[in-house]
Design a protein around this ligand. Structure first.
Ligand code: 13P
Length: 255
């Protein structure tokens, strides 16, 4: 399966900073063959990024969407609006939205469905907190997040999904999961998806690891059988460190 590496910039970068990043990363574009790369800037920077990467292999993702196509939802952005800008992927259920902004599994389920209805590919984020991990509840939490997020979908639609396993305790802490633990969780996700949608449907479903991924450790994650890429926060903010990270990932899978 082709690796998929996504840059989640969270609430970082103005339009000017976005344009500078895109121009810099495009200089390296030829070296990225075999890896699908997408950047997920804040909403305000999507048009600037779209203009620059339009004829390139780089893809655009958004960090969230609303579950309705339009309506009286002050401050919100719909999937149709994102698709109109050339956005192809959208993060759904990122742990910062679950834990800081109070999104629950029902809301996330509506968002996954809305994304697919608008032709966007959802990257569904799942993962346990430190307390859940210590209580030995990692698999239970992940399974519940998957089942409730996907309950409104037909099995066929589930194949279009990317799942990002992001243990909450590893995000922005510099304390990445052990590759073997991440592999165990991603294998569990594969098996849970097979139970939900059937083995044929999930054959093309890619699973990313996220949480303190950087140039020095990405190889040890993408070498794992059940991990097909990464969702990267802090290390994706500078074009040079992000491109080094992509090279390290390519090298690891090619060796
Ligand atoms: P960091 O790579 O900064 O830990 O963030 C991970 C993340 O939340 C990506 O969505």
């Amino acid at each position: 399966m082709e690796l998929i590496i996504a840059a989640n910039w969270k609430m970082h970068k103005t339009t000017g900073e976005t344009s500078d990043f895109c121009r810099a990363i495009l200089k390296e574009e030829k070296l990225f063959s075999g890896v699908e790369i997408l950047i997920c800037p804040p909403y305000t920077s999507l048009p600037a990024a779209a203009n620059i990467i339009v004829d390139s292999s780089l893809k655009l993702g958004a960090q969230d969407l609303h579950w309705e196509k339009e309506g009286a939802f002050t401050g919100e952005i719909s999937g149709a609006m994102l698709a109109d800008l050339g956005v192809e992927y959208v993060l759904v259920g990122h742990s910062e939205r679950r834990h800081i902004l109070g999104e629950d599994n029902n809301r996330i389920s509506s968002k996954v469905k809305a994304a697919l209805d608008c032709g966007l590919k959802p990257i569904l984020c799942v993962g346990e907190t430190e307390a859940e991990r210590e209580a030995g509840a990692t698999n239970e939490v992940i399974e519940e997040q998957l089942i409730s997020a996907l309950k409104a979908l037909s099995a066929g639609k589930i194949g279009d999904l990317v799942v990002a396993y992001e243990p909450v305790w590893a995000i922005g802490t510099g304390k990445a999961a052990l590759p073997s633990d991440a592999e165990a969780a991603c294998l569990f996700i594969t098996e849970a998806l097979q139970n939900i949608a059937g083995p044929e449907t999930v054959k093309k479903t890619r699973i990313q690891y996220g949480g303190s991924v950087k140039e020095g450790n990405i190889g040890s994650f993408v070498e794992q059988t059940s991990i097909h890429g990464a969702l990267v926060g802090g290390a994706s903010l500078k074009a040079d460190s992000f491109s080094k990270l992509v090279h390290a990932a390519r090298k690891a899978v090619q060796s």
